[in-house]
Structures are given as C-alpha cells and as structure tokens.
Design a protein around this ligand. Structure first.
Ligand SMILES: [Zn+2]
Length: 321
C-alpha cells in the first residue's frame, strides 16, 4: 500500500505524479505551479509581516477592548445588585477585604482577616437589605482574590453612590483595639495610618501585579477633579459611623483617620475603609467572630450609610457637615 504523506511538501507532491517520459511535461508544469504557489505563500507571509510590523501592530488589542467594552461586560464579571428594583435608589458597594490567596492579617486563635471581612460585609449587606432603602452589591461574596483596583472599578462601573471596604486591623501589641474609619488622603493623618495603608496596599504585590503606577495616573486624571468634594463627603460618612456607633461598638481612640489607600484611590465617589477592630486583639477578634456582634456592627454602619445617602439625595446644602 502506498504510504500516505504526513505533510504536503514539494517532494511528496512530486512523488504522487507517475514517472516516465510521457509525463515529463506535465511533471514540469506541476513543478511550475508548485513553485508559483510556494512563492505566493511566501509573498503573503511577507505581506502579513509587513502589515503587522507597521502602524497597525502598534495598537494594543487589550487596551481597545478595555476602553470600548460596555460597562456590564468588563474584564471581570460584575456582581449582582440586590435590594429594591427601583434603580433610582442609591447603590452601596461593599468590599470584603482580601480573599483567595491573600488572607490578610491573622488573629491569636488563627482567625483570618479575609474570613472575618467576608462575614462582616455579609452582615452589613443583610442589614441594608432588611431595611430596604438602598441597593447593595458585594465585590466578592466568596473566598476569592481581587486586585485592589478591581474592587473600586466594580463600584465605578456599577455607578455606586458609596464604596465601603471592610477590613480588620492588626498591631504588634495586643493593646490596640476598636474600630477605625479611614478615608483617602495623599498625606496620612499619622504614622500608624500610613503604616496601615502600606500593609493594606500590599495585597496587590501578593499576586505579583504592580498597579502603583496606574493608580497614580488614574488619580491624577479622574480624582483631582472631584477630590476635594469627595474627601469632604467621605469624611462626613466617617463622622456618621462614629456618631451612630457611639455606645454600641468600641472605637479606637482615634476613630477617624486618613491615609493613601490604593483601594480607594481611583474612585470618584464617596468611599471609606472600615477597620472593624483589631484581629491582633483577643477581645476584638472574638467579637468579630461572633454573629451577634457582627449584627450590631452591621446595624451601626447600615444606619450611617442610610443617613449619609439620604443627605446626599436631599442636596449638597444639606449634606454639608
Ligand atoms: Zn486588611
């Protein structure tokens, strides 16, 4: 049986043509056609190479896709929006800090920040949905990793009215305890706030993704325009959390602080990062692990959110502190 050629090459093609003088002319003609086809292929490849190395090749397809994609079809899927069907209701995006391969800080009994933040964020979502005044979306509803800027990006793409990232603080000693509300600032309010921001910002380095440069660019274009107003409104939200939580949850002795958090940096909407307590403190870690405490915490923050958003809807004059 004649072997079947594995690939179409000139020698294989010639080999299929019968030998003998009667066929020499057709063989020569076939060689001519093969040579022409080969030359055409080379020319086509050269043309493609020329096109790809010309101006067209300078377009980064990845960027075109990112810029032109409709908001709801971005590079990571948008989470569901829960709550009232009325889309005129304000939307809160709750971000459970850390997740996936980034466990965050850890507690004395092996508590992991990423687990507590998910539970705290879930309790806050439930409290807001029970009240039924605002719509809610979670950046993550399970144990998965998100790059810091993806979290803010979700809020931006959903058109959120408030972004809230939930974390648990950690200190070298066991003494530090209580909740703290952080808002964005280029200048940290103190060295502790600065150190915390550095720790929280490190989340992206775990994944080997360097976003610092991009963050600066985004902030210079987008955030500068609205930064002053958003900073004032974010601080107002922090005030409300501390006011509503007075006597109900323990706050740090400096309950409102500012620092340069990457997760808040690209946002052009009011935003805050709440450290619900110190995971390094035995009492705080136990409290955050307790569903009843989480419910109290969620009630306090939900009330602050509802007041804050009601102020925003009533107009800027009313919203001013
Ligand atoms: Zn954290």
């Amino acid at each position: 049986m004649r072997p079947v050629p594995r690939s179409i090459t000139q020698s294989h093609l010639c080999w299929t043509i019968p030998s003998g003088s009667g066929h020499r002319q057709s063989q020569m003609k076939s060689r001519g056609i093969i040579a022409a086809a080969f030359a055409a292929s080379v020319a086509a490849a050269a043309l493609m190479w020329a096109v790809l190395t010309s101006g067209i090749a300078t377009i980064e397809p990845r960027y075109v896709v990112r810029m032109d994609m409709p908001a709801r079809e971005g590079r990571i899927g948008l989470p569901p929006v829960e709550g009232p069907a009325d889309t005129s209701r304000p939307l809160v995006v709750i971000d459970a800090g850390h997740g996936g391969h980034d466990p965050g800080a850890s507690g004395p009994a092996g508590e992991r920040e990423k687990d507590l933040t998910l539970l705290l964020a879930g309790a806050l979502r439930d409290a807001l949905l029970a009240d039924g005044r605002v719509r809610v979306a979670m950046t993550r509803a399970e144990d998965r990793f998100l790059v810091l800027e993806e979290r803010g990006d979700i809020a931006h793409r959903l058109g959120a009215d408030l972004f809230l990232s939930v974390h648990a603080d950690a200190a070298q000693n066991d003494l530090a305890q209580g909740a703290t509300v952080y808002t964005l600032s280029d200048e940290a309010s103190d060295s502790v706030a600065e150190a915390l921001a550095m720790r929280e910002n490190r989340a992206d380095q775990v994944n080997g993704v360097k976003l610092a440069g991009k963050g600066e660019a985004v902030s210079s274009i987008l955030v500068d325009l609205a930064r002053r107003e958003m900073r004032g409104r974010s601080m107002r939200f922090g005030e409300l959390v501390v006011r509503e939580g007075d006597g109900r949850i323990r706050f740090h002795e400096t309950p409102q602080r500012e620092a340069a958090f990457v997760v808040l940096k690209s946002l052009d909407l009011p935003s805050a990062l709440i450290e619900a307590g110190y995971i390094s403190n035995t009492d705080d870690a136990r409290a955050m692990a307790d569903p009843a405490w989480r419910q109290t915490f969620a009630g306090v923050v939900a009330r602050a959110i509802e007041i804050f958003l009601a102020e925003g809807q009533a107009g800027p004059g009313v919203a001013a502190p």
